[in-house]
Design a protein around this ligand. Structure first.
Ligand code: SUG
Length: 460
């Protein structure tokens, strides 16, 4: 089936629009790029335009593209909860005086990485025939834990029709149920409108069983727990024969693989992965094969060996944080960060993969998303995949679907509102509050979303 046909079930990639406070605060645990770029001067305007250029290129190539709005930052509502009082500017000043780390966290534009926004099960696989969404609690860091309520509000406004869409509450925001969304979830299938096997990848056990919970890792605590992945599968009504729960390798986590999408990517029946991705590679492949076979699908593993691309190079170039997409002719294209082309070993491996007739990957294309990359976010981090039938696309809010006109409007909006330079000290500037609120207020009208932000409802 031509997956580009208007009546076809399609994968829509919803990219996060980079917010006006994009900065390098070095906030993210286990994320080497974030730590090593801490304190760099950011360029929010360039970051947003790089993201929009990628969206436009993929839209122009015929892929279905959507956009998700940024979150209001600085998050003044969070300062209320932390006991700061007064006007928004007074609260910001008091928080900065008390502890600049609070202001850095509540100013982060990290919601741009929408692969972490939620986990989604397409209607084809759900027993009630609806698309299921669970906003991720992102509880492993303060700057991201504050995303979940606004993410849920945005998804609720976009996928509001409950005859087609089911919204679940985020999991309890506690280490036992630590959930980082679709970055640790891959649906493997013969086609978007064929049954899928759901690969959930986790790094540690959450509930105490008297053992280590994360055997082997010495450097970083894993973000996703097995219990969180299992709870999401239950919420969405997935049965045991539809799921594979796989543990990440300790070596990968310690090398900076804080989400599985830094070391593996899947699309259709293809799983492109590094040999160090999983604690037990053979067992994961065997279980995937068996469960896919039962649904009439054949797994196509594309393994990248360590002697071709080291774990270090994989993390530094984000080779696996790429978008693997099905073209109109059924072959696949992989959208990689520009950093991959500049690394000879990675470029050679990409050449080998696209030349190999044993897999359907026929082409790769590189995009420059450096502003995001320097915080550990590649092309795949920037997008949330939602498989939607034609009826579901018709039932969703059309304002967030991307086309040439939407692109031009968003570029003009960015150019009107965004700064081209932001330092950490600039985050104390009270002018940012009014600037970002004015921008986001205009954006929700532009995208037809209504009042999804707290400040629009209570004017704080
Ligand atoms: O959670 N970085 C994000 C990057 C998320 C990437 N997403 C996926 N792999 N799907 C994170 O580590 C950095 C923010 C800062 O340091 O200012 C940050 O949050």
């Amino acid at each position: 089936m031509n997956t580009f046909a208007q009546d076809a079930t399609r994968e829509v990639n919803f990219d996060g629009l980079v917010g006006p406070t994009h900065n390098y605060s070095g906030l993210a645990h286990g994320n080497i790029a974030s730590a090593s770029h801490r304190g760099l001067v950011s360029n929010p305007r360039e970051a947003a335009l790089q993201g929009l250029a990628k969206m436009k290129a993929l839209h122009d190539a015929g892929f279905a593209q959507g956009v998700l709005p940024p979150q209001p930052r600085p998050a003044i509502e969070m300062l209320d909860r932390l006991g700061f009082t007064g006007t928004p500017a007074e609260k910001l000043a008091a928080a900065w005086a008390a502890d600049p780390a609070i202001v850095r966290a509540i100013s982060s534009a990290a919601a741009m990485w929408t692969a972490n926004a939620a986990t989604i099960t397409p209607s084809f696989d759900a027993p009630d025939g609806r698309v299921h969404f669970t906003a991720a609690n992102l509880q492993s860091s303060f700057h991201r834990a504050i995303e979940a309520p606004t993410t849920a509000a945005a998804l609720g406004a976009i996928f509001a029709d409950d005859s087609h869409f089911a919204q679940h509450e985020a999991l309890p925001a506690t280490p036992a149920f630590s959930d980082e969304g679709a970055a640790n979830h891959t649906r493997l299938c013969a086609g978007y409108d064929a049954p899928g096997v759901h690969l959930f990848v986790y790094g540690r056990d959450g509930l105490d069983r008297g053992d280590a919970g994360q055997p082997g890792s010495k450097r970083f605590t894993a973000r996703q727990t097995r219990e969180a992945s299992q709870a999401i599968a239950r919420q969405h009504g997935l049965a045991a024969d539809q799921c594979v729960f796989a543990r990440q390798s300790a070596a990968a986590i310690d090398a900076g693989v804080f989400h599985n999408d830094v070391i593996a990517v899947g699309n259709g029946p293809v799983l492109l992965y590094h040999e160090s991705a999983f604690a037990d590679e053979a067992a994961v492949l065997a279980e995937l094969r068996e469960k896919m076979d039962a649904f009439g699908a054949t797994l196509v593993p594309v393994r990248v060996n360590s002697d071709a691309v080291s774990l270090e190079d994989a993390v530094a170039t984000y080779l696996f944080n790429s978008q693997l997409l099905t073209r109109a002719d059924g072959a696949m294209i992989v959208i990689v960060p520009a950093e991959c082309e500049r690394n000879p070993a990675v470029a050679a491996e990409l050449d080998r993969i696209v030349a190999d007739p044993a897999n359907p990957i026929a082409e790769y294309r590189a995009y420059d998303v450096k502003q995001s990359m320097d915080n550990g976010g590649g092309p795949a981090c920037l997008r949330l995949r939602v498989v939607l039938s034609a009826a579901e696309r018709a039932a969703m809010n059309p304002g967030v679907l991307f086309d040439a006109a939407r692109h031009d409007e968003l570029v003009a909006w960015v150019e009107r509102h965004y700064r081209d330079r932001l330092t950490i000290d600039d985050l104390a500037d009270p002018a940012l509050i009014a600037e970002t609120r004015a921008a986001l207020d205009e954006l929700t009208t532009l995208l037809g979303l209504g009042s999804i932000y707290g400040f629009q409802r209570v004017g704080r």
